[in-house]
Design a binder for this molecule. Structure first.
Ligand code: HEC
Ligand code: HEC
Length: 164
């Protein structure tokens, strides 16, 4: 092959590869080609059912079971703590923020919410009716451990009935 022919061949292979990749390209934006604008998906509705959801793993910040759009959360005002602080939660029937929220980074307990936990929505999100845009293949660690135990120690086969 002359260098020129080789160059053309390489470009050809690259283009073919790119075309293949583009065909399979289906990210969060869906199958719309990159040079077109897809229709914006419907915005998820915030649920306000007061039903606490379970947690997928031990250290998961629980989701917020109520709407928060009217609660001010700024540098000067933290309205969440109006209900969730230790001193007021009882009055509102709200769960108290856990002790970790009062700890500084040296694990000392403070009288007020720790600056590390001041902006609640950094970690806690409202509950919505959004559908996951991609498959969720998360496996709970509890199920993982159970699966491993079954592999290590399979259940005994059912005892055969004795012939008389
Ligand atoms: C008017 C009082 C009030 C305010 C203000 C408030 N909450 Fe709540 N929150 C509650 C109550 C009551 C519950 C218990 C469940 C329910 O009734 O919705 C709760 C539940 C929660 C939970 C669930 C805890 C769990 O263990 O599942 C989280 C997280 C939460 N709130 C976060 C927030 C955040 C973040 C803000 C501010 C943006 C906020 N809340 C503002 C009253 C309040
Ligand atoms: C840096 C992340 C982070 C921030 C910021 C944060 N939280 Fe949490 N929150 C967590 C995690 C993680 C948990 C669960 C483990 C724990 O209790 O520490 C939790 C637990 C909670 C719980 C449940 C407590 C219980 O015992 O069931 C409530 C209520 C809560 N947070 C409210 C708040 C509020 C209100 C704010 C803002 C003032 C806030 N959180 C800020 C991470 C955070």
């Amino acid at each position: 092959m002359t260098p020129r022919v080789r160059r053309v061949a390489i470009i050809g292979v690259l283009c073919f590869g790119a075309a293949l990749a583009a065909d399979n390209l289906e990210g969060l934006r869906g199958p719309t080609p990159l040079n077109q604008e897809p229709k914006a998906p419907r915005m998820a509705t915030v649920e306000n059912f007061d039903v606490r959801r379970g947690r997928a793993y031990t250290s998961q910040p629980p989701t917020i079971p109520h709407a928060i759009d009217r609660y001010e959360l700024t540098r000067n005002v933290n309205f969440c703590m109006y209900c969730h602080s230790r001193v007021r939660n009882e009055e509102f029937g709200a769960p108290m923020v856990s002790a970790t929220h009062y700890m500084d980074r040296d694990a000392n307990f403070l009288a007020e919410i720790s600056p590390r936990r001041y902006f609640c929505t950094q970690c806690h999100v409202v509950q919505t009716d959004a559908r996951p845009p991609v498959d969720n293949r998360f496996i709970d660690v509890y199920d993982l451990v159970e699966q491993e135990q079954q592999v290590a120690d399979p259940p005994a086969p059912a005892a055969k009935e004795k012939k008389e």
